[in-house]
Write a protein of this length. Structure first.
Length: 334
């Protein structure tokens, strides 16, 4: 009797185990729900590129490029777009003609205005608009006016970091290249430093050896004095560019040092040489909240190594108009 009861119990256990396994197999997995995300990339234009991606169980597929660039800020939807602004530039041909007439006070009359598109973020409330970069003070050169260039370097929810580059001209001397790094936090607006002086010095110190190695690679011959300056003189942290490694934020940092005009490499301004490096120093406190991507986005980050930001969309979070694809004609123009 005991043997028969044991066999019956064993058989029942097998049946229960089989049913449990079947139930577990049929139960929906936790990461199999369809998810939607926006991937931001730099497009070398006035606004960044925004792509719509869909994912299932950790597998992601690009859908299309969006015609507009939405940002999710504290549960509200903003949009990165542009507005026309007037930027002054000095007309050198006008200055030259004035000099021929011995008129050396013609700068005011020879200063002209060029209208360019400049980036702004528009909020959900009427009249809610924030400038994303300081308007240039000059965009002139020997050959005329030149529209400044923008590079988007990081989008972290409502924190947008970018670099603007252009030139200023004194006429009769070489143009001076200028470059800025700016980070704007929405909805408050205004430029926000991403690191304090101590954090910047720590990052620069940790990356200096890598910077020296890259500088040496770029130039075959350097004087002993210059080599000592490379190794011993502290470099300055100028900018950051967002990059993710296995879901963790590991930015590239732009380090610069003073240099002559002829030996400048143009990455920061006319009288410095600069180089992008990585650093083992801890992230600045302002970037610490963005140190790790949401688990659902980590596999997506591996598919888009040049991404500068990600946004995981909750259901029904955006108006359908904001999710429309970019027009085919616009794609051909880009």
């Amino acid at each position: 009797m005991r043997s028969g009861a044991w066999r019956a119990g064993w058989a029942a256990a097998i049946v229960c185990s089989s049913w449990s396994a079947l139930a577990a197999a049929e139960a929906p997995c936790s990461d199999c729900e369809e998810q939607t995300a926006i991937v931001y990339r730099d497009g070398k234009g006035i606004t960044p590129i925004a792509e719509l991606w869909r994912g299932w169980g950790g597998q992601w597929e690009r859908q299309y490029e969006l015609g507009r660039v939405p940002l999710l800020v504290d549960g509200a939807v903003w949009e990165v777009t542009s507005r026309p602004v007037g930027v002054p530039w000095l007309d050198c041909s006008c200055v030259s003609e004035a000099a021929g007439r011995d008129d050396y006070d013609a700068d005011d009359r020879c200063t002209k205005t060029r209208t360019i598109d400049w980036p702004v973020a528009v909020g959900p409330l009427p009249g809610q608009e924030v400038s994303l970069a300081t308007k240039p003070g000059d965009c002139g050169g020997e050959g005329g006016s030149y529209a400044p260039q923008l590079t988007y370097l990081g989008i972290f929810d409502g924190l947008v970091a970018l670099s603007a580059r252009g030139s200023g001209n004194g006429c009769g001397a070489h143009a001076t290249e200028w470059v800025t790094f700016e980070a704007t936090e929405l909805p408050a607006g205004g430029q926000k430093p991403l690191w304090d002086e101590r954090e910047g010095a720590r990052i620069a110190e940790a990356g200096q050896q890598a910077a020296v190695a890259k500088f040496i690679e770029q130039y075959d011959e350097r004087s002993a004095e210059d080599m000592n300056a490379l190794r011993l003189v502290p470099m300055d942290l100028r900018a950051m560019s967002a990059r993710w490694n296995q879901g963790y934020l590991q930015p590239s940092w732009l380090l610069s040092r003073e240099a002559c005009f002829a030996c400048s490499n143009g990455l920061w301004n006319s009288y410095t040489e600069a180089v992008w490096v990585t650093s083992e120093a801890p992230l600045p406190a302002r970037l610490a909240p963005y140190a790790m991507l949401a688990p659902a986005l980590r596999s997506l980050a591996a598919l888009v190594p040049d991404a500068i930001g990600f946004a995981l969309l909750p259901g029904m979070s955006l108006d359908a108009e904001l999710l429309r694809p970019k027009a085919a004609a616009q794609k051909q123009d880009r």
